[in-house]
Design a protein around this ligand. Structure first.
Ligand SMILES: [Fe+2]
Length: 466
């Protein structure tokens, strides 16, 4: 492809000379003699290099330079002038010009400069292409490793931000219940920016009638809407806003077209997978409920543990996904009791040492049951470690403080509080004050000290619960 150069110069002799020199080097050359016309042309066409005279009949070369940079900061600009004072050179370079040529000039030197900047520009383009390929590969790796939708969306957001540094990115996923697109992830360059959190489906329809990538313009910038295409239907879209009026070339659009297909498949699979996973968890949770219902003393226990654990989780400002992990683990933590014989599990009196050894197996049994299911590692670990104590006296492994995951520590407190405030065949239930005293007594020994303090603060503000 021929490299295209725009000459912005009002001197006819100079235009003729430059055109001859440049066409003899196989460049495609265009020229304009007014600054305003130059800005207009650059808005609408792609050039590989601009030769700019500082003295123009309408606006100054500096103004043209300023406007070009606003449109596309990557075009190399060589200033050509008969007024090559140091001040002008410094000013133009500061404003983003790449080089300076004084009239009259040496043809060889001049051509060397032109070739140098065009080569540099081409090298940059190649690097961008490589970066695009690399990011598609990176996305593929994330998808292939069966990541959850949250991880895939974060990867997409980071790839776009790294590559194009736009002003704003928003990723929307279609919600079939409400028939609208809901904002799932976003990133801003400027913290004061706002973003729409919902789009009705009819607001989006028009953008993707016959294409996957829509390029639009607004006041001082460009926006892209990229469809996230599922196997059968549109499952979402990405909204990207750029400040520059231009800068979205064919290559970027092509990149987003392949990107659109890739992410569609990845997100759709992840969402399906999560749906299956959720129904697993719901099935197991009802299994746990029926297990607890066998005994009037443990009826509703896991639900109560989930309630207390989530109180802590919400106060800790855990993210949605973390809250979900905490909730699932709270429901599943005692699942392993399914594998313990009823005569031990439901024994009204105190357990013998041997019987207690059997009870201690329940976190390991829970893990065994959950192992083949594709639950999150954190969920399995929270169940496995919910009887560990910070001083290392817990079971099944006797893990110490820093080795016990946060979720397990939270469940351990919620579990203990729920057990203490419930009736047991061998003891009366404690009231809130007594249970709090008990938690305080073992804070830093069995339970995480800070979490206990946190939990007590929440509980004390509540009326007698449940
Ligand atoms: Fe347990």
């Amino acid at each position: 492809m021929e490299e295209k150069i725009l000459i912005v110069e009002d001197n006819k002799e100079m235009i003729k000379l430059l055109t001859e020199i440049l066409t003899s080097e196989k460049f495609s050359v265009e020229h304009v003699s007014s600054g305003l016309l130059a800005v207009d042309k650059i808005k609408n066409e792609n050039y590989n290099l601009i030769i700019l005279d500082l003295q123009l009949p309408d606006i100054t070369g500096f103004k043209v330079l300023e406007d070009i940079k606003k449109i596309n900061e990557n075009i190399p600009i060589i200033i050509l002038t008969g007024f090559g004072t140091t001040d002008n050179i410094v000013k133009a370079i500061k404003m983003g010009a790449d080089d300076f040529v004084e009239k009259p000039f040496d043809i060889e030197d001049f051509l060397n400069k032109i070739h140098k900047y065009i080569k540099l520009k081409n090298l940059e383009k190649e690097l961008t292409k490589l970066k695009m390929i690399e990011s598609i590969l990176q996305l593929n790796r994330t998808i292939i490793t069966l990541s959850d939708s949250e991880t895939i969306l974060t990867t997409i957001l980071n790839i776009i931000d790294d590559m194009f540094a736009p002003e704003r990115i928003g990723i929307y996923i279609f919600d079939t219940k409400n028939n609208n697109y809901v904002l799932k992830k976003c990133k801003f360059k400027n913290a004061s920016q706002k973003i729409k959190v919902n789009y009705k489906d009819y607001e989006i329809e028009g953008f993707f009638k016959d294409k996957n990538v829509y390029v639009g313009k607004f006041n001082n910038g460009t926006y892209l809407k990229i469809m996230i295409k599922g196997k059968e239907k549109n499952i979402g879209f990405i909204d990207i806003e750029f400040k520059k009026e231009k800068g979205i070339n064919e290559e970027i659009i092509k990149f987003f077209e392949s990107f659109s297909l890739q992410i569609g498949i990845g997100i759709e699979n992840a969402l399906l997978f999560e749906m299956v996973q959720n129904s697993y968890i719901n099935t197991i949770s009802s299994l746990v409920k029926s297990l607890e219902a066998k005994d009037k003393y443990t009826k509703g226990h896991s639900e109560e543990v989930a309630y207390y654990a989530l109180l802590i989780g919400e106060k800790l400002k855990l993210r949605d996904e973390e809250i979900e992990i905490l909730k699932n683990s709270s429901y599943l933590h005692d699942l392993g009791k399914l594998g313990i014989r009823d005569n031990i599990l439901l024994k009204p009196g105190k357990l013998t040492k041997e019987e207690f050894e059997i009870i201690k197996q329940h976190p390991l049994i829970t893990l065994k049951i959950l192992e083949p299911l594709n639950l999150r590692k954190e969920e399995k670990e929270a169940c496995l470690y919910h009887h560990e104590r910070v001083n290392g006296s817990g079971y099944p492994y006797g893990l110490k403080d820093e080795k016990i995951p946060l979720y397990a520590k939270i469940i351990s407190i919620a579990d203990a509080y729920s057990a203490m405030t419930s009736e047991r065949p061998y003891r009366k239930k404690m009231n809130k004050k007594e249970a709090i005293e008990e938690l305080k007594k073992y804070a830093g020994i069995w339970f995480d000290k800070d979490l206990v303090e946190f939990f007590i603060n929440i509980i004390e503000q509540q009326k007698e619960v449940m």
